[in-house]
Structures are given as structure tokens and as C-alpha cells.
Write a protein that binds this ligand. Structure first.
Ligand code: SAH
Ligand code: SF4
Length: 394
């Protein structure tokens, strides 16, 4: 498949630190790591429990490992969370972390993770790339172009950092702080498939974060071939950024539609839930842009497009940012759009804007927009981000 938009791959030498960051290894990869170093594969479970259940990053505290191994591990491995550059809390409890990944403290290369507490859940919205190449017309991240893919360790580091920070502050639901993870921060997760898949495995693993499959959501703008592969490799909830009910409008708003038009996208959505349990559905995200896609005829066309598909629609009133050229529709227009969908029996929610005062809403997760040269996906060499990382490839 030659359809993933991505940066040229970094050489192995520059991508791999001398010491392996264990946040980057799912259980199988960690077992191979220990075996390669002459240890039992069982060490993977022990070490993962220290890291994820107990929040320990110092090998010397891992008291059920032999003294010899505890002394050796710092030479070959590290457990290295991202560095906090800035942290902001909103009046409504939402929190946003600006994080430096690897050793790069330049805020332009930082990423953001957002914590959204609600009565019955606590969601962390995480980033999968620095910037994004897909250039959706209403998205601040898209305006940056793609800087680079995050590694599995950088993706998992966000979750670990938030989980243990929040636990330390007593913000827990039962035994954990975070109940849900959504890949709805910066970047297109399926354009970084290779690094995202092991991260998902760690989220779902009982020795990792132990989240149930319904509580991990991958949001995609519609990279059709990778939607199919996702279904084969892991079991998570899928959200699809639809935003328009016809190809002409979607071509304009979500340019990847020119490559994978609605007919192909909707078939991929059908395949994604085929054979799954009765409650399975796809969440369709629809950003409401004043005067662009928010009219009654758009709602009616959306009803026709979705037909009898098992679907939930998530309407996202546009979150403005400087120079976007779009406006959020009036409340009455949003309500009329929702009512029309409801009247045709479609389950529809309007995403309440959270963290308004700290720019923590969808599409606003960005450092400085104008500072980086914008790149369009049409101009970037299209290359394959092949299979998920092999377990032994550490
Ligand atoms: N790249 C993925 C996931 C990250 S974006 C995707 O596009 O699905 C998460 C959601 O926020 C997507 O539905 C995206 O279209 C939406 N979004 C982006 N910019 C927005 C903005 N300014 N206002 C409201 N929603 C926005
Ligand atoms: Fe990328 Fe998603 Fe933004 Fe589109 S909406 S530019 S796919 S992050």
C-alpha cells in the first residue's frame, strides 16, 4: 500500500537511542528484549507491572528483579516520560500539558495532551504526530504541516505521565485516573500506523494500562487501507472524521477524500464493524462550520449517506483559531441540525467544548501555527509506513 503520508523514515541509528525506552515496547517486544539479554520472558510482565501499575521508573526500586539485573538495566534501558514544558488547567477541570518529546525542548516541536474529566469517566486526548500532513482546511494542526511521527514511547509516555500525575493528586476513578483514551490530539494516527499499533496494545494489555477495547478510540480522517488493517490487528473503537455529506464538499474540507472518496470510506466503515458484537458502531465526527456544512440540506444528505448503518454522530461546533477563515454556527443552527438528525432516528450528540479558556479543544492543539513551513499532503512524498513494528525489532 502506498498511501500513507509521512516523513521520510529516520535511519535506525538516529531513531533508536542507545538505551531502549521501555515505554516503546509492547509485551511481546519487551519479552524479546529480555530474552535477547539472557533473561526469562517473564521479566516483561514484572517490569510492566512496575511501570504501569505502580508508576515506578527507577530500576533500583524493582525489588522482585535480581540485584544483578537491576544493576544492568540502566545500561541498556530507560523509562523516560516526556518533559513537561507547560501545564494549564481550565475552570472546568480540563487540563492541558505541553510536552517535549525526546530531548527536544523547542515548543514548536512540542505536543499536547488534554485531560477531560466528566462525571462518569476521565478521558485523555493524546497526540500521534507533531503536526499533520493531511491539511484539513479547518484544523490548526493541519496548518503546521507534518513535522514528524511520534514514537510508540512518546505516545505511551503521554498516557503514563498523565495517569501518574493525576493519581498523585488523588484524581482517581476506582484504582485508575484515566478511564478512556482517544487519539484525537495532534496528528493522524493511521498515518503513523507502525508506532500507533504497539501503543494501542500497551493501552489494552492487562500488564499495561488494562483499558477495555471500547474505551480506546482511534479517530481517523479516512485512510481506508489502514482502517482495514487496524481491524485485523487490534480491537478498538473507531471514530471517522466525516465533516461533509458529499464528495465535492469533503474534497474541500478533508483533502484526503480525493484519494479515498466517500464510497470507499463508507465501505471501509462497514467492514470495520462487520462481524463484531451487536453494540458495535462507528462514531462519525462532523465539525459544524457556519454557512459551509451546517444547513438543513447537509443534514438531510448526511441522513441519506449513513442510511441504516450502526452509527453515532458527534457534532463538533467549530473551535476557532486565528486566521482559520471559518466561524462557529449559531446555537440555533447547531440545534436545528441535531434535531433533523434525531428526527430521522440517528443517535447524535453535540460535543461540549471543554477547556475553552486554555485552547484545549479539538483542532486548537498547536504551539505556534505560523512558524513552520506549511506542507501539503499532495507535495509530500507518499511512502509506506509498513507493518506494525515487529516484536523483535527493538
Ligand atoms: N487526525 C484525526 C484525529 C485528530 S483530530 C482526525 O482527523 O480524525 C480530532 C477531531 O477534531 C477530528 O474530528 C477533527 O476533524 C476535529 N477538528 C480539527 N480541527 C477542529 C476545529 N478547529 N474545530 C473543531 N474540530 C476540529
Ligand atoms: Fe490532520 Fe486530523 Fe487535523 Fe485533518 S483534522 S489535519 S487529519 S489532525
Amino acid at each position: 500500500m502506498s498511501d500513507v503520508v509521512s516523513e521520510p523514515r529516520q535511519s535506525r541509528a538516529t531513531r533508536r537511542p542507545a538505551r531502549v525506552n521501555l515505554f516503546g515496547l509492547d509485551r511481546e517486544a519487551m519479552a524479546s528484549f529480555f530474552k535477547r539479554h539472557g533473561e526469562s520472558a517473564f521479566r516483561a510482565k514484572q517490569v510492566m507491572q512496575w511501570i504501569y501499575a505502580r508508576g515506578v521508573t527507577d530500576f533500583s526500586e524493582m525489588t522482585d528483579l535480581s540485584k544483578k539485573l537491576r544493576e544492568r538495566l540502566p545500561e541498556i534501558a530507560e523509562i523516560c516520560p516526556p518533559t513537561r514544558i507547560r501545564e494549564q488547567s481550565s475552570r472546568d477541570g480540563t487540563r492541558k500539558w505541553l510536552l517535549a518529546v525526546t530531548q527536544d525542548l523547542d515548543p514548536d516541536n512540542a505536543i499536547e495532551a488534554v485531560y477531560i474529566p466528566e462525571a462518569d469517566r476521565a478521558t485523555l486526548c493524546i497526540s500521534s504526530q507533531i503536526g499533520c500532513a493531511l491539511d484539513c482546511s479547518f484544523c490548526a494542526t493541519g496548518k503546521q504541516g507534518l513535522n514528524r511521527n511520534l514514537t510508540t514511547a512518546e505516545i505511551i509516555g503521554q498516557v503514563w505521565m498523565a495517569e501518574h500525575d493525576l493519581r498523585a493528586q488523588g484524581a482517581v476513578h476506582g484504582t485508575r485516573a484515566l478511564t478512556n483514551i482517544v487519539f484525537m490530539g495532534m496528528g493522524e494516527p493511521l498515518a503513523n500506523y507502525r508506532e500507533v499499533i504497539p501503543a494501542i496494545r500497551i493501552l489494552l494489555d492487562d500488564y499495561g494500562f488494562g483499558l477495555s477495547k471500547r474505551r480506546v478510540t482511534v479517530s481517523t480522517s479516512g485512510l481506508v487501507p489502514f482502517m482495514d488493517r487496524l481491524r485485523e490487528e487490534v480491537d478498538v473503537a473507531l471514530a471517522v472524521s466525516l465533516h461533509a455529506p458529499n464528495d465535492d464538499l469533503r474534497d474541500e474540507l478533508v483533502p484526503i477524500n480525493r484519494k479515498y472518496p466517500l464510497s470507499e470510506l463508507m465501505s471501509a466503515c462497514d467492514r470495520y464493524i462487520e462481524g463484531k458484537e451487536r453494540r458495535a458502531h462507528v462514531v462519525y465526527e462532523y465539525v459544524l462550520l457556519a454557512g459551509v456544512n451546517d444547513q438543513p440540506e447537509h443534514a438531510r444528505e448526511l441522513v441519506r449517506l449513513l442510511g441504516n448503518r450502526p452509527a453515532k454522530i458527534n457534532l463538533i461546533p467549530f473551535n476557532p483559531f486565528e486566521g482559520s477563515g471559518y466561524d462557529r454556527p449559531a446555537e440555533s443552527v447547531i440545534r436545528a441540525f441535531q434535531d433533523l438528525l434525531h428526527a430521522r432516528g440517528l443517535r447524535t450528540t453535540v460535543r461540549r467544548t471543554r477547556g475553552d479558556d486554555i485552547d484545549a479543544a479539538c483542532g486548537q492543539l498547536v504551539g505556534r501555527v505560523a512558524s513552520r513551513q506549511k506542507r501539503h499532503f499532495r507535495d509530500v512524498p507518499i511512502r509506506v509506513e509498513g507493518a506494525a513494528k515487529p516484536a523483535s525489532g527493538v
